[in-house]
Design a protein around this ligand. Structure first.
Ligand code: SF4
Length: 344
């Protein structure tokens, strides 16, 4: 079998700790996912990532606390105003607390995310954070996945005990959504300036996105000192959404993108975790070490409650990490537990 010398050079440099640049990322992304070259990229990213992070996996969880026709009108999302079939509904404080306690009682989650629509009630969110911060284990970080916010709000979140925020300018933001990429990126800057952990991702990847577009979004994760979490997420085929007509990429392609993400962040010390969404064994053996459990609203789901549908619980996440060969679970920066087959 003959592998292109150019690829071998990129991967050799990665083994020495040197991250690929934009042109190298584009080159690695353009291989068909079934080629030996793509397999080699995935295998190399997998071994380097395991060495980098000590073969530990991480489990995060997200609670979608509300549903509403969302004014961001993302053409890939089941909540986008103009095409959604969902009516507005909110989880009560009691429901949010019970779900959070359920997710965190075993002390295995690294962080718990609260997800809102693009427009949200900031005061209400702060109230919910306060309620949870007083009740769930101090070891579990609380993070947010919400619409844009300014620096003062970012500082308020930090002061209330929020550890991080998921935020990015999505692929074709402003074309496939009604939002301005500049505003999205300004929020990312606010996250970093406030000292919050920044969660980034290459998403939502569809078959129509070019290697150039993917590489650009991947490398944005190095901006502002680098993201805490990077990853790759495919756009799920959600019937009724305007972009459903393009279909969906394979998990094998998603694994290839995940591998390029993992290699691209090699020299970024801030990056401590690599995710793959929807979680799958290929991604977790291609450079990712992180899975999300989800409940409540999920923009990639057609069900109002994602648990038992797309959403996984912690036990299922741990089983997937174990099956992917991870030896330990990192539950806080200083704490890890062994992943064994006994409890699965
Ligand atoms: S992806 Fe988020 S911002 Fe976009 S429509 Fe869905 S809920 Fe709103």
């Amino acid at each position: 079998m003959k592998i292109e010398k150019k690829l071998l050079n990129i991967l050799d440099r990665a083994r020495e700790g040197r991250a690929p640049g934009k042109e190298d990322c584009i080159y690695m992304l353009q291989f068909q996912e079934t080629t030996p070259e793509a397999s080699l990229v995935r295998a190399t990213a997998d071994s380097i990532m395991r060495q980098r992070y000590g073969n530990v996996g991480m489990v995060f969880a997200q609670i979608g606390i509300e549903i509403a026709p969302c004014p961001a009108k993302c053409l890939f999302c089941s909540f986008g105003e103009g095409h959604t079939g969902f009516e507005a509904s909110n989880m009560t404080d009691e429901e949010i607390l019970a779900t959070a306690l359920n997710f965190t009682e075993s002390n295995e989650l690294y962080a718990l995310f609260l997800m809102t629509m693009h427009n949200y009630d900031f005061e209400k969110l702060i109230r919910i954070v306060r309620m949870l911060r007083g009740k769930i284990s101090g070891e579990t970080k609380i993070c947010v996945n919400m619409g844009d916010f300014d620096l003062a709000q970012a500082k308020d979140l930090k002061a209330e005990g929020v550890a991080g925020a998921y935020h990015l300018s999505r692929l074709r933001e402003g074309v496939d959504t009604s939002l301005d990429p500049k505003t999205r990126n300004a929020t990312v800057k606010n996250i970093k300036e406030a000292g919050l952990d920044w969660y980034h991702c290459c998403e939502p990847i569809g078959p129509e996105h070019t290697p150039e577009e993917l590489a650009e979004q991947i490398l944005f994760g190095r901006e502002f000192g680098g993201c805490f979490q990077h990853g790759a997420m495919s756009r799920i085929y959600v019937p009724g959404t305007p972009l459903a007509k393009y279909g969906q990429i394979t998990d094998l392609k998603l694994g290839q993108v995940t591998a390029v993400v993992s290699l691209a962040m090699l020299e970024t010390a801030a990056t401590k975790t690599i995710g793959v969404h929807e979680p799958n064994l290929i991604g977790l053996t291609s450079g990712a070490n992180t899975i999300y459990a989800e409940t409540g609203a999920n923009p990639r789901d057609t069900e109002k409650e994602t648990t038992g549908h797309r959403g996984r619980d912690i036990a299922a996440c741990k089983k997937m990490l174990f099956d992917s060969g991870f030896s330990h679970l990192l539950t806080s920066p200083e704490k890890r537990s062994e992943l064994t087959g006994f409890y699965l």
